[in-house]
Design a protein around this ligand. Structure first.
Ligand code: 16C
Length: 253
């Protein structure tokens, strides 16, 4: 059973606060629409190769090269009990808590608050020996997609997509390009006693997709070893972080 809820209008992403006159408006909507189109929570085994399975978490990749660089797209699905898709997206988008769960970061800096649902961030990642350190500049947008029926369910999503910004000039790092999306759906098991839902009644379906272009050469064996280790680690650590952070809080539908 999927029960749909209308979130409070004053939370980021609940209603679109990004202005249609902003220069990123068209791009953000196009990227969001593309991710929604491919958010079926199912993986075509003929195309995707499983690289990690652990409980409900399944991580897949496709080996791909562009101009001699490894750009393997990554897709993962997960099911987490006790939290909502809104909560998962809220903490994924909230830059103020990112250092608490993101294990690949050295620093993060918000260079522009575009609107209540969109920020531009410049972040520096930890160096991976023997490669040059990487940094990234991207807009991050949180959005609620109100569901109408079984074919268009209620979803929350966050997109992180590379961009340029005057306040994030090139540094000693090599700049990566990314197109990342987390899309979530919340399932609620109705209580037999008709009482309000508790966390025990919640399951969140998560789909995470990442395309990362390393921006410059890195040894393929190192790069593939790093992402094989880091994506599952991220999914485990981040979902555990949200479970802990929300345990004693009212449910945020
Ligand atoms: O989505 C995630 N995090 C978001 C908030 O930070 C955001 C970030 C996307 C990751 C972009 C990749 C940046 C390159 C990382 C360099 C490697 C650092 C490893 C440090 C190990 C201690 O959307 C969760 C991200 C989860 C982990 C991503 C790992 C991706 C590795 C891809 C390989 C890039 C080339 C590195 C050169 C060796």
């Amino acid at each position: 059973n999927i029960i749909r809820h209308t979130p409070q209008a004053n939370t980021p992403g609940a209603t679109l606060s990004l202005s249609s006159s902003h220069k990123l408006y068209e791009e953000i909507n196009a990227v969001v629409a593309e991710h929604i189109k491919y958010s079926g929570f199912t993986i075509d085994d003929g195309v995707w190769e499983a690289i990690h399975e652990e409980g409900e978490m399944k991580v897949y990749r496709r080996e791909m090269e562009e101009d001699g660089m490894i750009v393997d797209p990554l897709k993962a699905v997960h099911c987490v009990k006790g939290i909502t898709g809104h909560e998962l997206c809220h903490y994924f988008w909230d830059v103020s808590v990112r250092m608490e769960w993101e294990g690949t970061l050295e620093s993060t800096n918000t260079v522009e608050v575009v609107s209540d649902d969109t920020v531009i961030t410049h972040q520096t990642h930890k160096r991976v020996w023997p490669t040059t350190q990487r940094d990234a500049v991207f807009w991050s947008h949180i959005r609620h997609i109100a569901g109408n029926d079984e074919n268009s369910p209620d979803m929350w999503m966050v997109c992180n997509y590379s961009t340029d910004h005057d306040k994030a000039q090139p540094s000693k790092c090599v700049r990566v390009k990314m197109n990342v999306a987390m899309v979530c759906e919340t399932m609620v098991t109705p209580r037999a006693d008709g009482k309000p839902s508790t966390r025990e009644d919640l399951t969140c379906r998560v789909q995470y997709a990442a395309y990362v272009n390393p921006g410059g050469w890195a040894p393929p064996s190192v790069l593939r070893a790093v992402y094989k280790r880091e994506y599952p680690k991220f999914l485990k650590r981040f979902t555990q972080y949200v479970t802990n952070a929300t345990a004693d809080k009212p449910i945020m539908f």
